[in-house]
Design a protein around this ligand. Sequence first.
Ligand code: ADP
Ligand code: MG
Length: 140
Amino acid sequence: MAIERTLSIIKPDATKRNLTGKINAKFEEAGLRIVAQKRIQLTMDQAGKFYEVHKERPFYGELCEFMASEPVVVQVLEGEGAIAKNREVMGATNPAEADEGTIRKEYALSVGENSVHGSDAPETAAEEISFFFSGLEIVG
Ligand code: ADP
Ligand code: MG
């Protein structure tokens, strides 16, 4: 399988509870390398733009407010099949449905406040990485 890069976000519910290191350990244990990382606080505008694909969904407003409510850690993860591997380590969107040992099973508070974001396909990964990082900020 090819080496891929994917965009990950440690969400406000997790940064607030000081879980950045524990979540990063899950990525690294799964063989994903953190090749770029920064802690930022999104504006409502930036959160709205990032999640534009969901703008017709009933939870869009709540999601954007949540994402702008506290700092997030945005990161680029690299590894073999990184996009699918990261989704596996994250677990299902709804923590009640997430497998044992996944980040969402262990740490998520609810379907909305679910601790992590991960890109879902090569095209979205490329778009989402360039939303937050310039090429110079990614060191593999
Ligand atoms: P994922 O993050 O697993 O790719 P989606 O892309 O479907 O999930 O949704 C994006 C984010 O929107 C979720 O991670 C979650 O924070 C939020 N969300 C999804 N479904 C709901 C819901 N039913 N109620 C509230 N928030 C939701
Ligand atoms: Mg998604």
